[in-house]
Design a protein around this ligand. Structure first.
Ligand SMILES: Nc1ncnc2c1ncn2[C@@H]1O[C@H](COP(=O)(O)OP(=O)(O)OP(=O)(O)O)[C@@H](O)[C@H]1O
Length: 237
């Protein structure tokens, strides 16, 4: 019997037009990820790592093929359904934290909840709980300019988890940070993965960051395997 994976990409094609040409990024691409995995995606610049992350998170659509997350087939959703699905199921963490400078840490974290039916009081409660999880509650009234790079990234992670999504998609989350701060952030992601069973997919160029993952996909190798690319990922544990 075929196992049901939490994330399943089947025969995904993705190309972009560059001038008059169309450039294939992913061709007949297959990938399966289980709930609770921490997957690192590595590979040379321009290969399609961020594109893959955007497709899984429903920020972009494949030209062909299916992407299923849990029970939901993304291509079956309208644009507004996809936005709603994202708000409930996916948290994004980027290299640049994209915090809004005129809002306090707490208000930044509460922002994704504005789309929900929660009252202001409940939004505040959830926001503070997320900040507590990333050890930033005592700085909830600080503005981004009053925080260090690592603290800003913690607040960005709190914002990503405030709606309690199953899936955390991280694009070079430690790219701007020094080694020690990067390790703190990676430990936090590993904790969210292990203690709260969040599925984490992280794009990184940093082999040390990839050591925190439970599976590493070397995308270049993976892509070169053929359309049935199931073999090239290596376990780290
Ligand atoms: N919206 C877009 N329109 C046109 N081309 C795009 C678009 N997004 C990405 N590309 C192209 O697709 C290719 C893959 O980009 P992507 O950002 O996924 O690579 P990456 O592996 O994440 O690279 P890096 O490690 O440098 O971040 C690149 O050649 C890029 O220029």
């Amino acid at each position: 019997m075929q196992k049901n994976h939490y994330i399943q990409l089947d025969g995904v094609n993705k190309s972009f037009s560059k001038g008059r040409e169309s450039v294939d990024i992913l061709k007949s691409f297959n990938l399966s990820i289980n709930q609770g995995e921490f997957v690192a995606i590595m590979g040379p610049s321009g290969l399609g790592k961020s594109t893959l992350l955007h497709l899984i998170g429903g920020l972009d659509e494949p030209c062909d093929g299916t992407i299923k997350i849990g029970d939901v087939t993304l291509s079956g959703l309208s644009e507004s359904e996809r936005t709603k699905w994202r708000a409930h199921h996916v948290g994004f963490v980027f290299q640049a934290h994209h915090l809004i400078p005129v809002l306090t840490a707490q208000k930044n974290v509460e922002l994704p909840l504005i789309l929900t039916k929660l009252s202001a009081k409940d939004r505040q409660k959830h926001g503070l709980a997320a900040l507590e999880l990333v050890d930033m509650k005592e700085r909830c009234k600080h503005y981004p300019s009053e925080l260090s790079g690592g603290q800003e990234q913690r607040v960005a992670i709190a914002r990503a988890i405030v709606s309690d999504p199953n899936l955390l998609l991280c694009d070079e989350p430690t790219g701007n940070l020094d080694r020690k701060t990067a390790d703190d952030i990676l430990r936090l992601l590993a904790e969210l993965n292990q203690q709260f069973n969040k599925t984490v997919i992280m794009v990184t160029h940093d082999p040390k960051a990839a050591e925190y993952a439970t599976r590493v996909i070397q995308l270049e190798q993976y892509l070169s395997q053929n359309s049935d690319n199931r073999m090239a990922d290596s376990g780290y544990n």
